[in-house]
Design a protein around this ligand. Sequence first.
Ligand code: CP
Length: 347
Amino acid sequence: MKFSELYGRDLICTQDWKKNELDLVLDLAFKMKRERFSPKYTNLLNYKTFLMFFYNPSVRTRQSFEVAATELGGHAQFLEPKSMRLKTQKTAGETIEDAAQVMSRYGHGLGIRILEDKVGFYGEGDDLLRDYAKWSSIPVISMAHDKYHPCQGLADVMGWTEWLCKGTEPDWNALKGKKLLVTWGHGALARSWCSVQEAMLIGSQYGMDVTVASPEGFDLDPQVLKWTEENCNNKDTHFETTNHPTKGYEGAHVVYSRHWMSPQAYLEGEFLKQKEIEKALKYPDWICDSKKMALTDNAIFTHPMPIDRGHEVTDEVASGSRSCIYDVAENRLHVQKAIMALTMTGL
Ligand code: CP
């Protein structure tokens, strides 16, 4: 497969892409990491702009995309939808059909973030991204929406492989047979399902055994659970869910502890944030700590950040010698450079 085959592709979820396509992104990201300012890469986005709009706040995504565009010789433009006069269910304004087609005349790629309180029901953000993708003639990249966070998923796999793979050249099959525990953490932030669902999907595509642990009442999207199970079946690996706070740790190689909202978080178009927080804080046992990590197979701790320390994970684990959080965060830069280069230029 050639790099040029990804030119023009949307990236809304890694499950929409084949593993050999994701491997191409990781190959290029790894090369770009090793030779960060090589002239091979610094002009790839000359005169090209990545248009970004963020319905929700961000640190890593915004900064890493802006830095990525700069390092490739292009530009990333930041826009808040509140300044865009877009049509919503409640207000008159510009349609996605019009906005997407005009933006396609200006930029070479379009990034969108929409989650948590900016959607009225689970899946509304995904519908919006897919609508933009339908009307845009430039690639649409999710910068985290209510269902998925593909850039995070790619950075996760890149980081886990670097940590768990012994060779100098990463082997994108090295995660095969490693156990990923995705565990719910109690917390005072009511978080969308995007990062954990993406980790389950991409982890299973890369041949990991996947265990999802949460208290009763915090089930994730049944479609994502089904896809994860299918990915595991296709790779002859193991998938399971549990409502036990410690069982899943046994034999794990990667522990991903993060809070996520319950399926009851939206009611009649409203995000019930306070209720979700009150509900989550009733489960103080659901925290990743050293005692639980001792049950694993010397697992690494991973998290997409920002971390709710003291709730999702203890300081000791988050800042410990097996924490890969900063490497994964750094990899957001390298994978996004690769994604932009591949989808916006074809190289
Ligand atoms: N992981 C992640 O997407 O971080 P931000 O919310 O800061 O962008």
